[in-house]
Design a protein around this ligand. Sequence first.
Ligand SMILES: Nc1nc2c(ncn2[C@@H]2O[C@H](COP(=O)(O)OP(=O)(O)OP(=O)(O)O)[C@@H](O)[C@H]2O)c(=O)[nH]1
Ligand SMILES: [Mg+2]
Length: 199
Amino acid sequence: MNPQKKVDLKLIIVGALGVGKTSLLHQYVHKMFHEEYQTTLGASILSKSITLNDTTLKLQIWDTGGQERFRSTVSTFYKGSDGCLLAFDVTDLESFEALDIWRGDVLAKIIPMEQSYPMVVLGNKIDLADRKVPQEVAQGWCKEKGMPYFEVSAKNNINVVEAFEVLASRALSRYQGIRENHLTDSIKLSPGQPRRRCC
Ligand SMILES: Nc1nc2c(ncn2[C@@H]2O[C@H](COP(=O)(O)OP(=O)(O)OP(=O)(O)O)[C@@H](O)[C@H]2O)c(=O)[nH]1
Ligand SMILES: [Mg+2]
């Protein structure tokens, strides 16, 4: 029997203050939701192992605080990430309008800055009645940028697992693509040349 392949992936969740990043992560990892709001200071990490096809993925998910004063600090955590969840609150138009800036901040830290870096957008709090961002508007923006869009609720656990696992699956494909390229490159090198470090 083939031993299961194991891959560690670093994912990040970013977005404006109070959109529900920590709640989404807690719902995904611990199946829990808290009504009381405790802002994230800087960043914190939660881990979860999942199996996709024949691969065990250890997801290390970095939860970042949305406060403006942490913006430059948290951006240092984006480096080396394998994928990103961009979150906004469907009842808060400003949090949706800010997505372009969050997206730009993340892409600026990805080396090399590339098209294939996986990002998934989460429109959270769909359980609330006072929606300000129509689904079609969010969907249209995500389509234009080539990112999957999920309408979610951390509170009612709607679409949370699906969104995280679509990102994990895309991050795994990218990781495997990078590995293959490195292996091909090192085979092409003549024996005397140093090998490139594999990821
Ligand atoms: N109704 C509803 N409330 C939610 C949902 N998700 C989060 N909340 C509430 O929104 C508030 C903020 O949630 P957090 O998860 O702390 O938000 P955050 O994005 O991590 O905030 P920062 O760390 O400050 O950037 C809390 O009071 C949560 O209970 C949701 O899906 N529905
Ligand atoms: Mg938080």
